[in-house]
Design a protein around this ligand. Sequence first.
Ligand code: KIV
Length: 274
Amino acid sequence: MYADNKIRRNTIRDITKLKNDRPVVSLTAYTAPMATALDPHVDFLLVGDSLAMVLYGMESTIGVSLDTMIEHTKAVMRGSQKALVILDMPFGSFEQSKEQAFQNASRALRETGCAAVKLEGGIAMADTIKFLVERNIPVMAHIGLRPQAVHVMGGYRTQGKNQEERGQMIEDAYAIQKAGAFSVVLEGVAEPLAVEITEKLDIITIGIGASADCDGQILVVEDMLGYFPSNAKFVKRYAEVGQTIDSAIKQYSDDVKARIFPGNEHTYALKPKS
Ligand code: KIV
């Protein structure tokens, strides 16, 4: 706490020093009310480009723009006080050149107030990561199953199951660390490989469909709340919010049709004459 009693937001250092201490807790958030609900319980919030599918009903994450990511990150910043907030760089906003990545990542930090960006890619993005980090932009990398590469990967498949993929991923992980990323998301990675990478790296690994032995975990919050139709094996459903909403809306619909809603307690009477 600072003297003015404001809650201090977690820093990158607060997160990185959790390696070999306790697992890092994180979730995605796209809106202010969700950020407010998650904030007391997580170390960081990721404004993931998964919002393309979860919020906007798109087929994949490919279609979301940087402008959209920025608006949602502003909302998450407004809704949270304590969690470090990370913006996920969308497809097309960083791959063209290091300069393009800096232009867009610096805009993201400047306009939203978030502290870091995440970008998908391993060795191919190492120069870009280095360029950003040298210019004061903290980077979380993302390897394994990379949803932005769905078309070249031929679908959403667990990665690292064969020797070639395994070797490539270890190279990716080392290259990312050397480039200066403070963390790496391991998505859809075979468990023994996720463990090996976590043991080999000094930076923190955040698993999603990887291993409980990663340095931390992340899930798409709508998946774990049962508010998005995910059948991924790695999602544990902690609630069935979709069902709760369905029965509440059905009740509302029945009440309106039966003129039970609004009741007297929900309507305004005329002021009595004085
Ligand atoms: O976009 C996203 O939500 C992500 C997480 C699943 C890591 O990249």
